[in-house]
Design a binder for this molecule. Structure first.
Ligand SMILES: C[S@@+](CC[C@H](N)C(=O)[O-])C[C@H]1O[C@@H](n2cnc3c(N)ncnc32)[C@H](O)[C@@H]1O
Length: 296
């Protein structure tokens, strides 16, 4: 009976059902994290050998970004490949359902110099739509590198997605997954409130990915990246805070659509659990990431 007041939620809707609000919430989230810089630092340290493993001796390098969003990590990966393999033609395909994200990515491409040897191919599709094409053999392309950065939450069936995209790799092709770590504050928040927030379809972290890989006997390397998100605005209840809360709980209009008791409890958790740190009067919540580099 303790769950009762929390369960008296008005009807909640997943943030993924509202692409426009998702894009707004994602913009606020990105302004409160250094996630892209942290990923970039990791790439600077570790990506060179990895790129060599799939790009060496290739006449054309074929890449697929899945859920690429507005493309920041993608353009950094491209830059690094171009530096190692200057002039080698690159076909860069992007699988991204959100129209607003695709148009921001395209704008970033237009303002990035030196992309002459890169051909972009845009697919405004979800993973499921693409997987269906692969299964119906309408899509028989093979890639040297496929990456899925912070998007595995939305794929539905992790095991069949991994299987399908591995099938789209060349023999020496590599798959890289970046996703929140199972030991991050956000993963713990989602575990704790999975039922209240109806997150069971999205509640995915490195734990589930590694479980699937181990079940299928696929070897991989794992790296953990420290990261946190500044959540000071969440307590203030202003517009940015509310959008950020939507993103962190994956719930559309979180503040208005859950019971007062649940909202209070989640805010309390964000601000006082072991995953919160305070620096210079600001509050941060742990969003540690994991990088999973799957072996060929
Ligand atoms: C958190 S963002 C990450 C974007 C980018 N990879 C990055 O790290 O900067 C997640 C992206 O996945 C996309 N997405 C959502 N559902 C998807 C699906 N079913 N298939 C492919 N992409 C999806 C979203 O539109 C969004 O652009």
């Amino acid at each position: 009976h303790f769950l009762m007041p929390l369960d008296m939620a008005l009807s909640t809707k997943s943030l993924t059902k509202d692409p426009n609000r998702y894009a707004q919430a994602y913009t606020v989230f990105q302004s409160r994290v250094s996630e892209h810089q942290i990923i970039q630092d990791f790439f600077n340290e570790k990506l060179e050998d990895y790129i060599n493993s799939f790009a060496k001796d290739k006449e054309t390098i074929k890449i697929l970004g899945v859920g690429s969003g507005t493309g920041e990590p993608d353009l950094n990966i491209l830059k690094q490949i171009q530096a190692l393999y200057p002039g080698v033609p690159i076909i860069y395909e992007v699988l991204e359902p959100n129209v607003e994200h695709i148009s921001k990515f395209k704008a970033a491409v237009s303002s990035t110099p030196n992309l002459k040897n890169v051909t972009f191919v845009w697919h405004q599709l979800t993973n499921k739509e693409f997987e269906k094409q692969v299964r119906e053999k309408k899509e028989g392309k093979k890639f040297d590198f496929i990456h899925m950065i912070q998007m595995m939450y939305y794929v539905g069936d992790v095991a069949s997605t991994i299987q399908c995209f591995r099938h789209c790799l060349e023999k020496t092709g590599r798959l890289m997954i970046i996703i929140m770590s199972g030991s991050s504050g956000i993963a713990k928040l989602w575990q704790k409130y999975e039922h209240h927030l109806k997150l069971s379809d999205f509640n995915i972290s490195t734990d589930q990915i590694m479980e699937v890989l181990e079940e299928q006997d696929i070897s991989y390397q794992y790296f953990e990246l420290e990261s946190d998100v500044e959540i000071t605005d969440c307590l203030k209840g202003n517009e940015h805070g509310n959008l950020l809360l939507d993103f962190l709980t994956l719930t559309c209009n979180f503040s208005e659509s859950v019971s007062t008791a649940l909202k209070a409890e989640i805010l309390e958790y964000l601000h006082s659990s072991e995953y919160n740190t305070e620096r210079e009067g600001k509050n941060f919540f742990d969003n540690k990431m994991g990088v999973i580099m799957v072996d060929p």
